[in-house]
Design a protein around this ligand. Structure first.
Ligand SMILES: Cc1ncc(COP(=O)(O)O)c(C=O)c1O
Length: 395
């Protein structure tokens, strides 16, 4: 006879919110599956297919039987290639033992948070923030502390923004540049100041650099190297192959940091997921070792689309929107177009409902008068979406 004792779940399940960005994508997908013509500005991934260089390496991996476990922290050649790529691209000093290969950037963050944080610790997260950051801190038992940045500065997560929230319990200060959703990058002086703050606080500066190879101008010369000099072992990176090479489904990311942290995160990973997919590791290796110029066409396309989408948004009276330095998102402010009591969720719902334009409500990122719009879609869809927005706002 079946027991009628209710199934008891652990409290941590209720403490974590599922990804709100995924929820909007799911609704847009449902409408499209039902035959509706949805303009999808909610996508969190490139619309391009994975380029040939990593794709062919993946196929070659299967054909050559590279389909078994790799060492838990990743294939040695990939760990070396990740370290070398950060030297090439940012002048950073890491060796293979400083690199842990993970199943995506999200998983790299999990490893870093679990290896550095526990109950009683605080993680300072500038806003607007990618919704996974606070939840990841919570999974590790730490308390996320939000540090609101100012729309007037295009949400620059500077020392002035972060410092008022630093306490003696601060274990990690999170830096996501270019940011999702703001797209903003800091100047060298601002990066120095933030590194100095983390160093003085004895905190880890965790740079989520998922979009760092999708910047529209070259990286600030030597700036990340100076952060590493200031912070030493407290400078930690969580990175990903997902966006740079349109490889979201392949699931390869990495953490870079001091050996003891990497060993700790690797030990946790070894009991949770073993290694990242062997085939995908070969694909990521090929992408990392290729000349970055091979992939610049994607960056140029994003830059042009971002400019056009922003121009179109600014044509709508009352809409404000900062210019991104990288990535593929805009985070416009609709405060002057919201009705009384209306927030970003109802605006996003109305847009999807009336005009079949999918966006992500800004409340998910900590700012309830904004929407996140992704320009990882074709020029034609951007024009169509802008036309629908103009109609919606009766321009
Ligand atoms: C800021 C940021 N970090 C990390 C990730 C993780 O991506 P992935 O797990 O696909 O590597 C994303 C994905 O949207 C992101 O926007």
């Amino acid at each position: 006879m079946m027991s009628d004792t209710p199934l008891r779940l652990a409290s941590r399940v209720g403490a974590i919110s599922p990804s709100p960005t995924m929820a909007v994508m799911a609704e847009a997908m449902r409408l499209r599956a039902a035959g509706e013509d949805v303009v999808d500005f909610s996508a969190g991934q490139p619309d391009f297919d994975t380029p040939e260089i990593p794709s062919r390496a993946g196929i070659a991996a299967i054909e050559s039987g590279y389909t078994r476990y790799t060492p838990n922290p990743g294939a040695p050649e990939l760990r070396a290639a990740v370290a070398a790529a950060y030297r090439r691209d940012f002048g950073l000093e890491f060796g293979p033992a400083n690199a842990l290969i993970t199943s995506g950037g999200k998983h790299a963050l999990t490893g870093v948070f679990l290896a550095t944080c526990e109950a009683g610790d605080e993680v300072v997260i500038p806003t607007p923030f990618w919704p996974t950051f606070p939840e990841q801190a919570r999974i590790a038992g730490a308390e996320p502390i939000l540090a609101p940045a100012d729309a007037a500065t295009n949400f620059r997560p500077t020392r002035a923004v972060v410092e008022p929230h630093v306490t003696d319990r601060t274990r990690v200060i999170l830096l996501n540049v270019p940011g999702n959703p703001s797209g903003v990058v800091l100047d060298p002086g601002e990066l120095d100041a933030l590194a100095a703050l983390a160093s003085e606080a004895g905190a880890v500066l965790l740079w989520d650099d998922t979009y760092s190879r999708l910047t529209f101008e070259p990286a600030p010369e030597g700036a990340y190297r100076r952060m590493q000099e200031i912070l030493g072992p407290r400078f930690v990176i969580a990175g990903s192959s997902s966006k740079t090479w349109a490889m979201t489904g392949w699931r390869v990311g990495w953490a870079l940091g001091p050996e003891e942290l990497i060993r700790g995160a690797a030990a946790l990973q070894s009991q949770m997921t073993s290694n990242a997919c062997s085939i995908s590791q070969k694909a990521a290796l090929a992408a990392l070792e290729a000349d970055p110029a091979e992939f610049q066409w994607m960056v140029r396309a994003f830059a042009a689309r971002g400019r056009r989408m922003r121009e179109g948004l600014l044509d709508i009276p009352g809409v404000r929107c900062g210019a991104p330095d990288g990535g593929f998102y805009l985070f416009p402010d609709f405060r002057d177009r919201l009705g009384p009591g209306e927030g970003s969720r109802s605006l996003a719902e109305a847009l999807l409902d009336r005009e079949r334009v999918a966006t992500v409500p800004g409340v998910a990122f900590g700012h309830d008068t904004h929407l996140r719009l992704s320009f990882a879609t074709s020029e034609a869809r951007i024009e169509e979406g802008l036309a629908r927005l103009r109609r919606f706002f009766a321009v």
